[in-house]
Ligand binder design. Structure first.
Ligand code: HEC
Ligand code: HEC
Ligand code: HEC
Ligand code: HEC
Length: 487
């Protein structure tokens, strides 16, 4: 530290230093601005349109005429032959891999079918092909599947689109997720095409049009890769973000808004099904903290004949490590995979522990009911199991097997398991009052066996609703009901 009179004694030296530094900064500034100017000069050339693109143009091939590299790489999302340890674009039947899931979703469409997601190219085929869609499914289910959606919303109105029927829009919705979902047709700037995201920002008191370019590189994904629900009778697509992005915030939101997705067919608990809170979970991780966007890892730059462009084959980055991670991490591919899988293995283990406790709790509560326990007695354990499963699902439904925010996922799963074990302790006391010993687990060795087992509960719940409803009123239809959501 210099003493005060040091600087007083050498004023000229101080000024000289200041002057030299000033010139240096100015020179650097000139250099930087010339670089950005040159970049700005090259951008329009790169973004020249061969033909103008019409407003709401949903046909990806039309955009492809002007931007063949982006189009061709986008088209590669049709590939389905990449399966990493926990992700990838190949086929994976989650219910067969872990039949406990069938019990956990008893009375909800996910107990029928739940397979691994594929690339964007398949979005329309996959939503129309799933067993979770039926004649009651609302139009809302199309929202994250196609660039025909903004077009239809413009045509019929947003509210009318959501509250219409899925089947009604089927003839109009043909193009899989593509250019118009993320780009402006005149400038090719990134743009938000889905109202739910804009509305969620509004309710948080934030203006999405003020988002930075780097934030937009994640926000285009946050139009779809988020937790959502269908609000009210009009099935209005809503992101439950008013309290924040954490599992506890969603819990608070759904409590306040008195929303439940379904009543569990075995335990009778009121349940919430989480969707894929990818953006929300990512927010809790180190990469978001350091400003790394979804596109940095899932759409890295790529070179072709000396031309640099954004790789539009959105997929597991583990098939593209060099471009996706190598820019920032000078680790070998083997090291990257080892690092990622070690995070994912741990997450998988914690998920499995929660699943085990939650499955047992549902079955034990169901058994207590059979023994004669009243709804009032079972209220406590049912509330615990609802929380447990919601917390578990916040992690389970989010993609990447814990990679996007490992510590947050571990924290939430610890809470999930704890809630489930609390439910089990409470229900053990109730069952003991009826003289029951340890609960004998049914054979859940395969998806078919688990579905057969819960089928009995679903049937009896159906019979009961039929008996208690005189007229064909809108009763909570257990299996296949288009309750809150389908995807
Ligand atoms: C630091 C890099 C990184 C960032 C940033 C990132 N991801 Fe990921 N993402 C990964 C990795 C690694 C996986 C695991 C892939 C696997 O297991 O094959 C993954 C998996 C996924 C998957 C599942 C893919 C599959 O094949 O199973 C989705 C969907 C996904 N991320 C979406 C997002 C979204 C949306 C964002 C931004 C909100 C995001 N990611 C941010 C690296 C990243
Ligand atoms: C899921 C969102 C998404 C979809 C779908 C999408 N893009 Fe992009 N696109 C991006 C992102 C992110 C960038 C990088 C923009 C940036 O950082 O400025 C980009 C950049 C571009 C660029 C600028 C040049 C470049 O390569 O960086 C062009 C041109 C482009 N996309 C064309 C297309 C075309 C054509 C399609 C449809 C076949 C398409 N995009 C579909 C998100 C998307
Ligand atoms: C318009 C809605 C929408 C937007 C926007 C969107 N996605 Fe998706 N994404 C989906 C849907 C739906 C699927 C599942 C498609 C299927 O299984 O048929 C999916 C699948 C994926 C997959 C899995 C692919 C695979 O091979 O396993 C990844 C990774 C992914 N998205 C990442 C992103 C990223 C990163 C962005 C932003 C740059 C983004 N998505 C933008 C809806 C969207
Ligand atoms: C744009 C830069 C960038 C990209 C791309 C990127 N990372 Fe990172 N990554 C970071 C930063 C910054 C950190 C924080 C650690 C630090 O400050 O050194 C980090 C941390 C990590 C960590 C340590 C996490 C922890 O919780 O301690 C892992 C593992 C990791 N990255 C894996 C990946 C993988 C795998 C990919 C590719 C799919 C990837 N990263 C892509 C910048 C990046």
């Amino acid at each position: 530290m210099s003493k005060p009179n040091d600087s007083k004694s050498r004023p000229i030296a101080g000024w000289l230093l200041f002057l030299v530094a000033g010139i240096g900064v100015f020179a650097l500034g000139m250099l930087a601005s010339s670089i950005t100017e040159r970049r700005a000069e090259t951008v329009p050339a790169r973004l020249q349109f061969m033909q103008p693109i019409a407003d709401f143009e949903a046909d990806n091939a039309k955009w492809g005429q002007s931007f063949p590299r982006e189009y061709n790489s986008w088209e590669s999302t049709k590939d389905t032959n990449e399966n990493s340890k926990y992700g990838g674009s190949g086929f994976r039947d989650y219910l067969e891999e872990d039949p406990r899931l069938v019990v956990m979703w008893a009375g909800y469409p996910f107990a029928k079918e739940f397979n691994q997601a594929r690339g964007h190219y398949h979005s329309v085929d996959d939503v129309t092909g799933t067993k979770r869609i039926d004649e009651k499914t609302p139009g809302t289910c199309w929202t994250c599947k196609s660039p025909d959606v903004p077009r239809m919303m413009e045509k019929v109105g947003i509210e009318q689109f959501y509250s219409g029927k899925f089947a009604e829009f089927k003839p109009e919705i043909k193009n899989p997720i593509g250019c118009a979902d993320c780009h402006d047709n005149k400038t090719m700037q990134l743009r938000i095409s889905r109202p739910a995201l804009v509305e969620a920002f509004d309710r948080q008191g934030k203006d999405i049009s003020k988002a930075t370019h780097q934030e937009m590189r994640s926000l285009v994904c946050a139009q779809c890769h988020v937790e959502y629900y269908f609000k009210g009778d009009k099935k209005y697509l809503t992101f439950p973000w008013d309290e924040g992005f954490k599992a506890e915030d969603f819990e608070k939101y759904y409590e306040k808004n008195e929303h439940v997705d379904w009543t569990h067919a075995v335990s009778g608990a009121k349940m919430i099904k989480m969707q894929h809170p990818d953006y929300e979970v990512y927010q809790q991780g180190i990469h978001a903290f350091r400003g790394v966007s979804c596109a940095d890892c899932h759409m890295p730059y790529r070179s072709e004949g000396g031309i640099k462009f954004t790789d539009h084959q959105i997929r597991s980055p583990l098939y593209n490590i060099q471009n996706a991670c190598g820019v920032c991490h000078k680790w070998s591919e083997k090291e990257v995979i080892g690092r990622v899988e070690s995070i994912q293995d741990k997450n998988k283990e914690l998920l499995a522990a929660a699943q085990d406790a939650i499955t047992r709790a549902h079955l034990e509560i169901g058994d207590a009911k059979k023994l004669g326990a009243t709804d009032a007695e079972l209220d406590g354990p049912r509330k615990q199991i609802s929380k447990a499963q919601m917390f578990w699902d916040y992690v389970a439904a989010n993609n990447g097997m814990g990679f996007h925010a490992p510590q947050e996922c571990a924290r939430v799963l610890a809470k999930a398991t704890n809630y489930a074990q609390m439910a089990r302790i409470e229900v053990a006391v109730i069952r003991a009052r009826f003289g029951a010993g340890p609960f004998a687990m049914p054979d859940l060795g395969s998806k078919a066996k688990a579905q057969e087992f819960i089928g009995l509960f679903v049937e009896s719940a159906k019979a009961k609703t039929a008996a208690t409803t005189a007229a064909p009123a809108p009763a909570p239809a257990p299996e296949g009901a288009s309750a809150g959501r389908t995807s």
